[in-house]
Design a protein around this ligand. Structure first.
Ligand code: LMR
Length: 396
């Protein structure tokens, strides 16, 4: 049965991990997968998570099934984190959500829901977008098209070109947007640009699908959700995939939320029954542990304050690394203007070097990054910054 199957190359992002781990160079640097690291290069469990987990272990009384939608408490607290308490869509009773295995689970289930509403619907994704968006949405049956978003030569957002292409998007089609900390380029839409897109969505009747995987990593929990919340006030229907991997550091626990804003309560109930059936026919129900941690943090004022402080610290460290990187590249005479790195947000930026130069960095210096030259900034530190900047200067 399987003999005729050919082998595929490793995943462009996850595949780097194996090569990095096998590398014995003590100077090796991992800038591949988007995982936060502290100054010592360690991805520690957040203190707020540890505390919530300790409490949970003491209070948990059963391991019985939680059902396809997950825990109602997690879903409602996450809805408020993303939309803001008292958002009109929540007040109107038009929002339904399900706890999912990570942001990936949310993206996939929402894609299946769209496909149930209209098979083969076109979803427009940014060029570039996160590599896994395409299989997650495409394998559910959606047709993928792309709109211009970022110019690698000038390192800037292509907003006018984006708008020009999106003007042709029809009613009933879907446009995927990154709420903040664009993955892979780090270039985010301004408030003014979100307003333009919200007006277009409302006028043209396309459905926004917002991926919010880095809330709190850009400017703040509130600012990072500005565009998403505005969009949710402007359109009758919208999809949101949220992830708790980065902002709660719960990567391997797989915690996410698939949220849909419907036109009215009746449509919400019908749509939600479809979503639950899609979940049941896929992974049946989500894992419980990580979501229980998030719920416990978000519903306890003390734990929430501690978590927000830790999130602020992660964000500040990434921002100071961005500044240090620009300084370091200038000091190493790398040539060119790298100031764009300081203006970008979140875990990633493109360094702007060729795939050949990326390979050379790996071969000669044991520095690992995705071929597109996307770097996960948190993999840098004061210990390896000079080594990294000199290596980049040498391949340029
Ligand atoms: C990334 O882009 O590196 C992260 O979102 C992790 C992943 O699953 O690709």
């Amino acid at each position: 049965m399987f003999e005729h199957l050919g082998s595929l190359p490793p995943d462009p992002i996850l595949g780097l991990l194996a090569s990095y781990r096998a590398d014995e160079n003590p100077c090796k640097i991992d800038l591949g997968v988007g995982v936060y690291k502290d100054e010592a290069g360690h991805t520690a469990v957040l203190q707020a998570v540890k505390e919530a987990e300790t409490r949970l272990l003491q209070s948990e009384e059963t391991k019985a099934y939680i059902g396809p939608a997950g825990t109602p408490g997690f879903n409602s607290t996450m809805q408020e984190l993303v939309l803001g308490a008292g958002h009109p869509a929540l007040e109107d009773g038009r929002v339904r959500s399900a706890q999912t295995p990570g942001g990936c689970g949310a993206l996939r289930i929402l894609a299946e829901l769209i496909n149930r509403a209209k098979a083969g619907t076109t979803v427009w994704v940014s060029d570039p977008t996160w590599a896994n968006h395409v299989p997650l949405l495409g394998n559910a049956g959606l047709k993928i098209k792309s709109y211009p978003y970022y110019d690698r030569a000038s390192n800037r957002l292509l907003f006018d070109q984006m708008v020009e292409v999106l003007k042709a998007v029809d009613e009933g089609e879907v446009v995927l947007l990154h709420a903040c900390c664009h993955n892979p380029c780090g270039a985010d839409l301004s408030r003014e640009q979100w307003k333009v897109l919200a007006e277009m969505a409302s006028k043209q009747g396309f459905t926004p699908f917002v991926d919010i995987a880095y809330q709190g990593f850009g400017d703040s929990l509130e600012d990072d959700a500005y565009g998403l919340r505005l969009m949710a006030e402007s359109v009758p229907e919208m999809l949101v995939a949220a992830s708790c991997s980065k902002n709660f550091g719960l990567y391997r626990e797989r915690v996410g939320l698939a949220m849909v804003i419907y036109i009215n309560g009746g449509s919400a109930d019908r749509g939600h029954s479809q979503m639950l059936s899609a979940i049941r026919g896929n992974y049946s129900m989500p894992p419980s542990h990580g979501a229980a941690i998030v719920e416990s943090i978000l519903t306890d004022a003390g734990l929430k304050a501690n978590w927000e402080a830790e999130l602020t610290e992660m964000r500040a460290r990434i921002n100071s690394l961005r500044a240090g990187l620009v300084e370091g590249l200038t000091a190493a005479d790398a040539g060119g203007d790298f100031n764009f790195i300081c203006q970008q947000k979140g875990m990633f930026s493109f360094l702007g070097i060729s795939p050949e130069q990326v390979q050379q960095l790996q071969k000669d210096f044991s520095i690992y990054m995705v071929d597109s030259s996307r770097i996960s900034i948190a993999g840098l530190s004061s210990r390896n910054m000079e080594y990294f900047c000199k290596a980049v200067a040498s391949v340029l």
